[in-house]
Design a protein around this ligand. Structure first.
Ligand code: SF4
Length: 415
């Protein structure tokens, strides 16, 4: 099931030559044959390049790419204004009626309430009248004060919060630089946000740690009474494999997720949307789309670094130094130029980006090779199955079995 390219290649091939390099595409020919890139609709904007926590799995600070060190601590308001103009011209030239911006970091709330206020005002006022901008903020929640919450509310910025479960689970990774737990500050931040406006708390991002009990983790998330939850596989690839924590079966991550799926699926209603389950069910039932973790629909996401550089999806920082770089900046280039970057094209060509094993896989149209970031192998690049291939296969097979059983039963009842 898994394609394992020749590891010996890694010594001979530099990242610039790996798939997808410019030499792998004849873009003029693709355009002549009718292929068109999909415009960017989602922007991850790194307004702050530093963080007040030091989570040991962070892909910004503890991964292969260390480019954050050369970034200014905050995005200047001049760069914010230029970014607003770039998004506006992109929206106009592609007739976009909606774009999404995620305030990101590091920890974006390090910028302070006054900055967040100005940022939202500058970006929204740059847009054409017929284009709406939704703003979200991805935060560790420790800096949410009453004043910050009011600014977020005034600017309709909903907040996604990183939380790995209960105190013990969270303290495995999400600590201050001096080793203190962040759990109490996170929970206070959530309370502050909710006491002002329940709807500001949009969801939780939980990175899986196999040492945590899956159902206890799920219960902690359910107890937050939140709308959305992302259960994230730790960022890893064939060169930097996933954490194993002692004995690991070939499907440890699926084995961890399946009890949660069963608990979630068996509820009469699912007020909590668990994105990976929802997307896999949708794709199994013949739907299209999916988010970055599964499916092979076009990815229309772009990252903007604190200095204004235009970059590929930020989780690629786990692959190698410079993996997200495009050599473009909002200060010198329209966003359309990035549409023809090989790293963007590779995310928009569907099946042509998949490895041979994925093309032959029974779950090709559901899994879609898994998250692009997790396909990397030094020496060959990103045209590999996910390093989580066995886990994804097992999880999808389990969900398929449950769906088929219920649909068959339903069929029997209605006949
Ligand atoms: S589509 Fe997914 S499950 Fe199938 S071979 Fe590729 S990575 Fe593995």
């Amino acid at each position: 099931m898994t394609e394992v390219p020749d590891g010996a290649l890694s010594a001979a091939i530099s990242p610039a030559q790996e798939w997808p390099a410019a030499t792998h595409f004849d873009i003029p020919a693709m355009l002549a044959q009718g292929w068109r890139p999909s415009p960017f609709t989602e922007f991850v904007v790194k307004i702050a390049s530093r963080c007040n926590l030091d989570c040991d799995y962070c892909y910004m600070y503890h991964a292969a790419d260390q480019s954050w060190r050369a970034q200014p601590k905050l995005m200047s308001l001049d760069t914010v204004a230029m970014l607003g103009r770039r998004i506006a011209e992109h929206a106009t030239s592609h007739s976009l009626t909606r774009v999404g911006v995620s305030l990101h970091g590091g920890e974006p709330l390090l910028a302070g309430p006054g900055y967040i206020d100005e940022f939202a005002t500058i970006l929204r006022s740059a847009l054409p009248e017929d284009c709406e901008m939704s703003l979200v903020c991805q935060s560790n929640a420790t800096l949410i004060t009453a004043e910050m919450a009011k600014v977020l509310q005034r600017n309709q910025i909903r907040v996604g919060i990183s939380l790995d479960g209960d105190r013990e689970a969270n303290d495995r990774h999400r600590l201050y630089r001096d080793g203190r737990s962040s759990f109490g500050a996170v929970m206070r931040g959530i309370d502050t946000l909710r006491s002002l406006d329940e709807s500001l708390f949009s969801g939780v991002l939980t990175t899986i740690d196999l040492r945590n009990d899956p159902l206890a983790t799920f219960q902690q998330i359910v107890a937050l009474d939140v709308e959305h939850c992302d259960l994230l596989l730790p960022h890893a690839n064939w060169t930097t494999p996933p954490p194993v924590y002692g004995a690991r079966s070939a499907t440890s991550y699926a084995d961890w997720l399946i009890p949660i799926f069963d608990r979630w699926y068996e509820q009469p209603r699912q007020p909590l949307q668990v994105r990976i389950f929802r997307d896999l069910m949708n794709l199994l039932l013949g739907g299209v789309g999916g988010f970055e973790m599964v499916g092979y629909g076009p990815v229309t996401l772009l990252s903007i670094e604190t200095n204004g550089s235009i970059e590929l999806v930020d989780t690629l920082k786990t692959a190698y130094e410079g993996a997200t770089a495009t050599a473009l900046s909002v200060n010198g280039s329209p966003l359309d130029e990035a549409l023809l970057h090989p790293g963007v094209v590779a995310r928009q060509i569907g099946l042509d980006a998949l490895a041979a094993q994925c093309l032959d896989c029974r779950f090709r149209d559901v899994c879609g090779g898994g998250m692009y970031t997790h396909r990397y192998r030094a020496g060959s690049g990103f045209k590999n199955p996910s390093v989580y291939c066995a886990d994804l296969y097992a999880l999808i097979a389990h969900i398929e079995t449950r769906l088929h059983a219920d649909l068959s039963a339903l069929n029997g009842v209605t006949r």
